[in-house]
Write a protein that binds this ligand. Structure first.
Ligand code: NAD
Ligand code: GLY
Length: 382
């Protein structure tokens, strides 16, 4: 069956298992389907028994979905102790919000057997996952991702954390959830710009390791973005399968997992430069960074120039930004400095994810800084 035919026909719920090489006891499932929020209580009870729960969500997602989530939990015999609504947006991935979240979890009477339910996008998932990993020396967490970014990437694989003055995600833990419930129906209320930002992370998986999936994206990306359920379930499942394989092999990012950061070192520098405000969403930064990583690969003679153009053209065709805005050539020194501070930088060398072609990315540990500077110059030219 072709990927396109597959996408048209698969609307059923799928289960992608995550199998961790180091500890089978921490294996978990990712359930992917339409309408799964209403089955959340049952999906949790089947795996984790009836639990006391605290829901962490944000001020956009809470009013839309918290009641449904609470009702689903109650129907399956769980008891909801409290719901915590943090302010929506990247600004909540900080120490003050972490502290308030921890206070509220403890005030609700949580004990070590209480389950934290992270209902939201990557911000809620990263923050609640981090809180779960340190509250009472570790509470179980179930992720219910509500953005495309979170369904294909952030809710899976156990990276948690917050931002600090030194950079993005520089304080955090590796802490796996006990279950991920990805309900693509929740994407209906996601603003178009957020949907597109998530799509950049979808394309990423094709570019790293799966050229046929990139071709599928070229054919089906637009309908996924417009809400086609089967395409969404298919894409989320494919992305989670890829991520599950990578995380199983390299949970703590000693090697292969770094590939998932394609476009991120350029992107993080842009996000940091703009103060993580809403001029540039994470996924938009990743889209720009991905185009730059492919262009750099082509400039270094590692990858055909046509592949770099194809990547750029597809991202632009769906409506993603492919050139940085709000920064200019005068900012290159600072952008280079921010890239050097990235968590992935080791002993002052730039670690970047580059590509030999679409579907064949690799980790480059000593990328020539002059070539990187040149690509910034090209992308920042008026
Ligand atoms: P987000 O959590 O800020 O969500 C984006 C916006 O959409 C927010 O305003 C949110 O309130 C709103 N929203 C969420 N779901 C909605 C829905 N269904 N309907 C209407 N509005 C909704 O951002 P994000 O893009 O989901 O995640 C970005 C964050 O994820 C960044 O902090 C990034 O660092 C992190 N991230 C982490 C990992 C990881 O492996 N842990 C991977 C990728 C990204
Ligand atoms: N988002 C990159 C990772 O999970 O490793």
């Amino acid at each position: 069956m072709t990927r396109t035919a597959h996408a048209e026909k698969s609307v059923e719920t799928r289960i992608v298992p995550i199998t961790l090489a180091e500890a089978a006891a921490r294996d978990y499932d990712i359930a992917i389907g339409d309408g799964l929020l209403d089955q959340a209580g049952q999906l949790i009870a089947e795996r984790l028994g009836a639990r006391r729960c605290v829901i962490v969500t944000d001020t956009n997602v809470g009013p839309l979905y918290r009641q449904r989530c609470e009702a689903a939990l109650a129907r399956a015999g769980h008891k909801v102790l409290a719901g915590i609504n943090v302010a929506a947006g990247e600004g909540s991935k900080n120490f003050p919000t972490l502290q308030v979240t921890l206070d509220q979890i403890l005030k609700a009477g949580a004990d070590r057997n209480t389950l934290l339910v992270a209902l939201g996008g990557g911000v809620v998932g990263d923050l609640a996952g981090f809180a779960a990993s340190i509250a009472l020396r570790g509470m179980d967490v179930v992720q219910i991702p509500t953005t495309l970014v979170a369904q294909v990437d952030s809710s899976v694989g156990g990276k948690t954390g917050i931002n600090a003055a030194h950079g993005k995600n520089v304080v955090g833990t590796f802490y796996q959830p006990r279950l991920v419930i990805a309900d693509v129906g929740l994407l209906d209320t996601l603003p178009k710009r957020e949907m597109l930002a998530g799509y950049a992370e979808v394309v990423k998986y094709g570019l790293i390791k799966d050229a046929p999936f990139f071709r599928w994206c070229e054919q089906n990306g637009m309908s996924l973005i417009k809400g086609a359920r089967a395409a969404q379930i298919y894409a989320v499942s494919e992305c989670c399968l890829h991520k599950a394989r990578v995380v199983a092999a390299d949970e703590r990012e000693k090697g292969e997992r770094a590939l998932l950061n394609l476009g991120h070192t350029f992107g993080h520098a842009l996000e940091a430069m703009l103060g993580y405000d809403d001029r540039l969403l994470h996924g938009e930064a990743v889209a720009i960074g991905t185009g730059m990583a492919f262009r750099l690969s082509a400039q270094l003679g590692l990858c055909p120039a046509t592949d770099a153009y194809e990547v750029r053209d597809h991202l632009a065709a769906v409506g993603l930004p492919v050139k940085p805005a709000f920064v200019g050539a005068k900012d290159i020194d600072q952008l280079m400095q921010l890239m050097a501070q990235d968590k992935k930088a080791e002993a002052g060398k730039l670690t970047l994810i580059l590509a030999r072609r679409i579907g064949d990315a690799f980790v480059s540990r000593d990328t020539d800084a002059g070539a990187v500077r040149e690509v910034w110059r090209e992308f920042l030219a008026a």
